[in-house]
Write a protein that binds this ligand. Sequence first.
Ligand code: PLP
Length: 401
Amino acid sequence: ASTWANVPAGPPDPILGVTEKFKADKSPKKINLGVGAYRDGQGKPYVLPTVKKAEKILSDAMQDKEYLPITGLAEFTKLAAELAYGKDSKPIVEKRLAITQSISGTGALRIGTAFLARHYPGAKTIYLPTPTWGNHIPISKDSGLEVKQYKYFNKDTVGLDFEGMKADIKAAPEGSIILLHACAHNPTGIDPTEAQWKELSDLVKEKKHFAFFDMAYQGFASGDILKDAFAVRYFVEQGHQILLCQSFAKNMGLYGERAGAISFVCESAEEKARVDSQLKILIRPLYSNPPVHGARLVSTILSSPELTEEWLIEVKGMADRIIEMRERLYNKLVELKTPGEWGHIKSQIGMFSFTGLKAEQVDALAEKASIYLTRDGRISMAGLNANNVDYFAESVSKAVK
Ligand code: PLP
């Protein structure tokens, strides 16, 4: 018998599986709203003009392809930290931020959870919001953490269940690890307000919990890098020793380059040095050192004030196009007298909208209209554009009538 005769077939990935089905569909009207990758007004993948400029600069410089250090390109991690925390952030100024480059946001989460599994002094249980990005669960489990959940989404209001969220965080044993989406919560598109973040900071502090931030969408939520970093910066100002995962997949369109970072706020420079040493011990047997090109692209942009300024405008452009599609979709659904309340389409932020469509309706959209989304009713707003938003609204309207 074959060595692998007893390997059972696993289920397809719930998000990437949607793309497979989309590709197999022959309809010229087909729309893929499954995967969270930005598309321009023509439905095409978008390479940011600043990234093209950075590519040219790098190509002219013809740097060597030597290995990076285990924790990556130092210039990249410095600039990434400044972008998230702010140049004047105390942990940066006081040289007590441990940071390493990672294989984008996923790799940051994997290193972060693995580090917690090894070194977190309290119970190795991570609390994730319900719902959360699907990959948070297997990442945490594969790293050896126990997964529990806290309430987040209120189906009735299609909004934040803030009371439920607070109650669950309060009920968690003291010193629990709480994963928080820093902005543009995936999949719901619903974030706490600044006042609610302040309450959460107090609550997390009161319970001596540990705040683990996943920031995959800085700039994508509001179009403003600073506004989207509010929660992270506020928690740090309040003295939380946070852990932060960053990704440049969405805000620089560097998906396949896998440029990310993970950082730990430490108490002192001496503690930072110890954390750094353990990060190296963790990473070396995983992949030795991270890829160089994406980190060089990010560094080229963020080290140049001119390119940074242009990039900020591009990020805002992407966020604004998504916000405009929310308006158009909402208006069309209302115009078509689609049963239900659709205000959440406009109030949600970031790449996604949690439509409230039921699994059967999602299936009907695929079968009858060649429109593909995940079965939880999440749509990637970036997949909509002037050419397909009306067709999408009409198809949704039919599916819910
Ligand atoms: N975290 C969240 C909430 C995400 O939505 C994503 C991507 O969809 C990631 C992390 C990681 O993305 P990447 O590994 O491409 O940086």
